[in-house]
Ligand binder design. Structure first.
Ligand SMILES: [Fe+2]
Ligand SMILES: [Fe+2]
Length: 305
């Protein structure tokens, strides 16, 4: 098991980066989030709304993304990472891999902290309060997949959820630091995050291969069937917060439903999941997971083949 980073104590964001603070004079003329990453902003019914409403929608999208991060890190990623750190896995872990898991735990806790910190700073600066965010549907989706494919193997399900989240490639995230039109403070914070995640990605690729090697043939088949669903669970956008944001700027229920149907079509969603999930699915492929016909069937069912 490789180390997260040989120089974690010197280079991790939590150890080496300053708190990112919003100074309004640095952000003049910039947007809080890239508009091109918010599919519904381009819809004609939304384009017709006034500048204020569109600015509010952009801010809400940013808040939702940051809230999603705070929940994901602390409630999914660190739940599984703690299992690894405590050695609660069914194969022999290198002692250093347990220490590395606690390094990741610290990283993720810090990512949650600075994400919430940014939400609060941006709320104050823009004067646009964040709508409430509910992570429960996402968690329920992940639990449902675990119960369906891995009943009686709760901690294995939790570990695989982390593998999925930590190995999918959210390429759009990596674009933000280079986007000159976005708030500097947001670009800096996202850059801090992306730099840490590169190490996590490598750790969990190796972790998954070792976990897989130790599984019984029967469990391998189940894990192979579960992985496409975990990838789908983590990448498919939640539409409830988008709906709430559109309603909050006064878009009628019927028009909101039309916007969602037009901007988040099933084929577009499946293509997004396929693209961002290709590394994780490729990882499953390299260990032979999709040699199981049942697992291939799950891939087809989800439109990820
Ligand atoms: Fe993170
Ligand atoms: Fe991570």
């Amino acid at each position: 098991m490789s180390r997260v980073a040989e120089d974690w104590y010197e280079s991790a964001g939590v150890r080496s980066r300053p708190r990112r603070t919003l100074a309004e004079e640095r952000e003049a003329g910039l947007a809080v989030f890239p508009a091109q990453l918010v599919p519904h902003l381009a819809h004609p019914a939304v384009a017709e709304l006034g500048t204020d409403a569109r600015a509010a929608l952009l801010a809400q999208h940013f808040y939702q993304y940051m809230y999603f991060t705070t929940h994901l890190e602390t409630r999914v990623v660190n739940r599984g990472t703690a299992l690894i750190a405590h050695g609660q896995v069914d194969f022999t872990l290198d002692p250093r891999a347990r220490l590395d898991a606690f390094k990741i735990y610290c990283d993720e806790g810090y990512h949650a902290l600075f994400s919430l910190d940014l939400v609060q700073q941006v709320e104050k600066s823009l004067g646009i309060p964040a709508l409430p965010y509910d992570f429960a549907p996402r968690l329920a989706r992940l639990e449902r997949t675990a119960e369906t494919f891995l009943p009686g193997h709760g901690s294995l399900g939790q570990l695989l959820q982390v593998v999925a989240f930590e190995t999918v490639v959210t390429r759009f995230l990596a674009q933000i630091p280079r986007d000159q039109g976005v708030f500097r403070v947001v670009r800096e914070a996202v850059d801090d995050h992306v730099r840490d995640e590169v190490h996590h990605h490598a750790y969990f690729v190796k972790f998954f291969k070792e976990l897989w090697a130790a599984l019984s043939p029967a469990l391998r088949r189940r894990v192979a069937c579960a992985m496409p669903h975990f990838v789908n669970d983590c990448l498919r956008p939640d539409l409830a917060p988008v709906r709430a944001a559109l309603r909050s700027v006064g878009l009628p229920a019927g028009t909101t439903a039309d916007v969602l149907a037009d901007c988040y079509r099933e084929d577009v969603l499946a293509a997004t999941v396929r693209e961002a999930g290709r590394h994780t699915l490729g990882l499953c492929e390299t260990v032979g997971a999709f040699d199981h016909p049942e697992a291939r069937e799950q891939l087809h069912l989800l439109g990820l083949a």
